[in-house]
Design a protein. Structure first.
Length: 469
């Protein structure tokens, strides 16, 4: 399909804008590189890097060597409004461009592809970008850092490289060795290669010797000799599932994941009706980028990228890789909204309707047996108690107001203070002083009797006579 004059004019305008955007992004990418390299200085002290895959938000996502924050920033600098989503749902209907870099080594299922292709033909001029998973920037990071590291850090860097590569290889084991999925034929049993030559429309102006692109699994363009047998095998699986011999989980979407035991990669009719494939970037060893179109998509397109070795955060430090990323944004054309879909290692669920968030309210206890009747009786009893204790029945009583000018209250307060002393003599003395000062004399009960010398009951003994000398 040849582009129209208006499309060429828009592409020219977009290309100029991308060129200016790349120039503005060099400083930002350089800062990201300095931040990433700063980690190396602390590797001997237990430092590390973030390797969260396919995310653009958050501390671990935006700073991850496997993140998509730099690519999303490239879309923003080109005039797009960018936001992130975690499922394939009707919320994506407003998007002009969708970028999906799944953290899943398996190819997309038939259900996921049906949703994406339906989204493409619903509105004209849309672009969906699918980026394969078979690349780990963390391993490349430690491999690159190890080359120029001082001798005292060589052992530690070798250990980190081996750990990252081992984790990548372990997760990669779930990838099928060969699988037809209509968009491409996946072949994972290929030797990894470093791309040194580039061909195709996107290779113009790119120095292949300065790129840093690594390919292991291949996304080959399918042929009918591959698609027809694949559909026959998928039909057998569907018949087996419909017969009830394969038990699927009741609601795998509740965990936003795919049940790969029952999922199929080939849908009905996928093997007989192939779309149009246009390689945009390839080498003698592998196809790197493919544009897929269909007549009923009405100028919408699907761009399949073999892996993120030139689109993730760390690979975009390379200047030639940034130029390739600019060509990707340019191929998406003019748009307003770009959505970066994020998914984990267990796939992404497809929703026909947006799920509503259900928050616990405590009323769920009334739906569980045998707690329901017990809770109901307690609820009724609680309501009765509330009616007995809370309401005030009868005419309201006006409380007696205290008067601050009542002198009697002062006397009562003084009496309580004297009582607290527990000293009867002291209290009588204070009262007697009050009466003597105010009234001139004290009451009889406050006057203490005078105590004289003690009265003797026996006469005194006579004194002894004095002896004369």
């Amino acid at each position: 399909m040849r582009p129209t004059r208006d499309q060429l004019r828009r592409n020219l305008h977009t290309g100029e804008r991308i060129h200016r955007t790349l120039a503005r992004m060099r400083a930002g990418i350089a800062c990201w590189l300095l931040g990433a390299l700063a980690v190396v200085g602390g590797c001997s002290r237990g430092g590390g890097i973030h390797d969260t895959y396919g995310q653009r938000r958050g501390y671990e996502g935006s700073d991850s060597v496997n993140g998509t924050a730099v690519l999303a920033n490239l879309f923003e600098q080109s005039g797009y409004r960018v936001f992130t989503w975690q499922r394939l749902s009707p919320k994506l209907e407003d998007a002009d461009v969708i970028v999906w870099a799944p953290d899943d080594f398996r190819p997309p299922t038939a259900e996921q592809r049906d949703f994406i292709e339906e989204w493409l033909w619903t509105e004209p001029g849309r672009t969906f970008v699918y980026i394969g998973r078979d690349f780990d920037a963390a391993s490349e990071y430690w491999r690159t850092i190890r080359q120029g590291a001082p001798p005292n850090q060589a052992a530690e860097l070798a250990r980190r490289l081996a750990k990252a590569q081992s984790e990548h290889d372990g997760r990669r084991a779930v990838m099928p060795s060969e699988q037809y999925v209509r968009w491409f034929t996946l072949r994972s049993n290929k030797a990894p290669v470093q791309v040194r030559d580039l061909q195709g429309p996107w290779s113009a102006g790119i120095d292949a010797s300065k790129t840093d692109i690594r390919v292991e699994a291949r996304f080959d363009i399918p042929t009918l000799t591959e698609s027809v047998p694949a559909e026959r095998e998928a039909d057998k699986i569907r018949v087996k599932q419909n017969s009830g011999t394969n038990n699927a989980p009741t609601n795998p979407k509740a965990f936003n994941m795919v049940d790969y035991d029952t999922a199929t990669y080939v849908g009905e009719g996928d093997g007989l009706d192939l779309p149009d494939y246009e390689p945009l970037l390839y080498s003698r060893d592998a196809t790197l980028v493919t544009r897929i179109t269909e007549s009923h998509w009405d100028d919408s397109q699907l761009i399949v990228v073999t892996n993120g070795s030139f689109l993730l955060n760390m690979p975009l430090v390379n200047h030639e890789n940034r130029k390739l990323a600019g060509k990707l944004v340019e191929a998406c054309g003019d748009g307003k909204l770009a959505v970066f879909v994020e998914s984990g290692p267990y796939g992404i669920a497809v929703y026909d309707e947006e799920p509503t968030a259900k928050y616990p309210t405590g009323l769920e206890v009334f739906t569980v047996w045998p707690l329901a009747p017990i809770a109901l009786h307690f609820a009724v009893l609680g309501i009765i108690v509330c009616f007995c204790m809370l309401p005030i029945f009868g005419r309201p009583i006006e409380p007696e107001l205290d008067s601050i000018s009542d002198f009697g209250k002062h006397i009562e307060a003084l009496g309580r203070l004297l009582e607290r002393t527990r000293d009867d003599k002291y209290a009588r003395t204070r009262l007697r002083q009050y009466y003597e000062k105010v009234k001139g004399e004290a009451p009889a009960f406050l006057v203490e009797p005078e105590v004289g010398p003690p009265i003797r009951s026996t006469p005194p003994m006579p004194s002894a006579p004095s002896q004369s000398s």
